[in-house]
Design a protein around this ligand. Structure first.
Ligand SMILES: Nc1nc2c(c(=O)[nH]1)N[C@H]1C(S)=C(S)[C@@H](COP(=O)(O)O)O[C@H]1N2
Ligand SMILES: [Mo]
Length: 333
């Protein structure tokens, strides 16, 4: 099931790949019946999996037995690197949500393949002492690249474990010196329908926008990522730079960012504008607050069988719970 949109009928079921369907097809591929499954699904694979990739495709046996066994938690107190099998590079880069290119998860990679990011700049502006239009290289020089191994939980109830290369968003914000009246950070994706053909459709309002409260943005777990598995971010995952906020649903992780603006009031966010009853501003992962159209109690980890229990704050409650003390987590979904 895809995200709800203003006119859901515009997305045919054929375009949307359900995680279970995707996963079952992958299992078929592993079993060596690629041709049969490709025919059955009507999909022509442009990227056949070399055996080496499949060998690296790790399966967690605990999850296969169902959801009774609790998954392992973070490897250390920081939460910077979870101690769970990483999703294969193939899956991370071929099962994507990026509506600027395609609403078909497996269609994003081919549609984005020629996306050029040369000369990329990011404007950091608004309520700051030192607004600046950064060249990408200058942003990446602000702080040494770090590997962060995070869970990623999409609101659609599938999840991955992704080894990002990135640096704390706080380092960039510190560089422009926020003013005391800056309470939120607003993010914007590139608007260029020629380069992002999905923007010719009105499936969402463009450009894609997202936002964080200032204290969320300053949290050490919130990063700007420029790589995956030690390689530069491929277009389909949000090249050249995207946000990653691991305790929130994946849609908060805005891709291909060109503008970051510090503001006084809570900014508009794309999915909240599209369906405010289904996608809140906070969007903290919460197994107890169901989506109006499906349960959030469990999730499908891509590359595994069975379902896992969804964890409060996606397993980062220890690190971020204090940010929401006294807040009604049901009302602020
Ligand atoms: N600009 C932009 N950012 C986006 C999206 C999008 O459609 N456009 N999709 C979001 C959603 S719903 C998810 S789950 C994640 C997916 O990131 P991934 O494809 O790298 O796994 O990106 C988020 N960021
Ligand atoms: Mo998502």
């Amino acid at each position: 099931m895809a995200h709800s949109v203003k006119e859901p009928n515009k997305i045919s079921s054929r375009e949307v790949t359900d995680p279970a369907v995707y996963f079952n097809r992958r299992k078929f591929i592993q079993a060596g019946v690629l041709a049969a499954s490709a025919v059955a699904s009507g999909v022509i694979y442009r990227h056949l999996n070399p055996i080496g990739t499949l060998d690296k495709h790790k399966v967690n046996t605990a999850a296969i037995e169902g959801v009774t066994k609790a998954p392992s938690t973070t490897a250390d107190a920081s939460g910077f690197r979870v101690n769970e099998p990483q999703t294969s590079q193939e899956d991370i880069t071929h099962y994507n949500n990026f509506y600027e290119f395609s609403t078909d998860k497996e269609g994003v990679a081919p549609a984005a393949a020629n996306f050029k990011t040369d000369g990329w700049q990011v404007s950091v502006e608004g309520l700051v002492q030192k607004p600046k239009v950064f060249d990408l290289d200058d942003i990446l020089k602000l702080s040494p690249p770090e590997e962060r191994i995070y869970r990623m939980r999409c609101v659609e109830a599938w999840s991955m474990v992704i080894p990002w290369v990135g640096f704390p968003l706080s380092k960039l914000l510190d560089a422009v010196q926020p003013l005391s009246n800056a309470k939120y950070v607003a993010f914007e994706t590139l608007l260029d329908p020629k380069r992002m053909p999905g923007q010719k459709s009105d499936v969402l309002e463009w450009p894609y926008v997202e936002g964080l409260r200032m204290d969320e943005a300053m949290h050490p777990l919130a990063i700007l990522a420029s790589g995956i598995y030690g390689h530069a971010l491929p277009p389909q995952d949000g090249a050249p730079i995207r946000l990653v906020v691991p305790w929130k649903y994946g849609f908060k992780g805005i891709k291909s960012i060109v503008k970051i603006k510090l503001v006084a009031d809570q900014p508009r966010t794309t999915w909240n504008v599209a369906a405010s009853n289904e996608y809140g501003f906070y969007a903290n992962v919460n197994p107890q607050v169901d989506h109006p159209r499906w349960s959030q109690a469990t999730e499908q980890r891509i590359g595994e069988s069975g379902r896992r229990p969804t964890l409060m704050f996606n397993g980062y409650a220890e690190q971020v719970g204090h940010l929401y003390a006294g807040m009604d987590l049901r009302a602020n979904f």
